[in-house]
Ligand binder design. Structure first.
Ligand SMILES: [Zn+2]
Length: 186
């Protein structure tokens, strides 16, 4: 999932304006950012083992939530940050195919294999979040203008059109994609 995550951050900030929107947007895609960092450093994290399993997400949520708490002094900011990180997993279940526990089975509805359906699922979540933030009037101007909504739709459409191989992986076997192994998903 791509813009659906951002929609969660937008909605969360609209509901609880306790920490910066920019921070929440980052928290919402933190497991994916971590995957990119792993790939850049050549670390193999098969099927999201070190980024998308429940223990990994709990750790990311605790670290980022702790940083938010220390930076703002607000317990609500820490809790909201951790919650936004954890919301990443159920959303990725809809679109991807990952393990949720070390050694667990691959789970997910794999909507990425049906780009149109993925678009139709993610865009309403993204725009719903944008609309909630805008309606509450608690977001920075750049996030609540119409151009921001348009950008979400364009970004999602671009990802769905070009989706193959967009996410880098540090796993050598993923690059050669052995036929018996399903493709790694975002
Ligand atoms: Zn993800």
């Amino acid at each position: 999932m791509i813009t659906g995550h951002l929609g969660v951050a937008l909605a969360a900030r609209g509901q609880w304006p306790v920490v910066s929107l920019f921070w929440l947007l980052g928290a919402s895609i933190a497991p994916d950012l971590l995957d990119v960092a792993y790939a850049l450093s050549g670390i193999c994290s098969p099927y999201g083992l070190y980024s998308h399993t429940i223990p990994a997400a709990a750790l990311i949520g605790a670290v980022l939530g702790g940083i938010a708490f220390l930076a703002t002094g607000s317990r609500a900011a820490g809790m909201l940050t951790a919650g936004v990180v954890l919301a990443h997993l159920p959303l990725d279940f809809v679109t991807g195919n990952k393990i949720f526990w070390p050694g667990g089975p691959l789970l997910g509805l794999r909507l990425y294999q049906r780009p149109l359906q993925d678009f139709l699922v993610e865009v309403p979540i993204a725009l719903g979040g944008w609309w909630m933030l805008r309606r509450r009037g608690r977001g920075p101007r750049w996030a609540i203008i119409g151009v921001a909504a348009l950008a979400l739709v364009v970004v999602q459409g671009t990802f769905d059109l070009l989706q193959r191989g967009l996410k880098p992986s540090g796993c050598r076997w993923a690059a050669t994609s052995a036929p018996s192994l399903p493709r790694e998903n975002r």
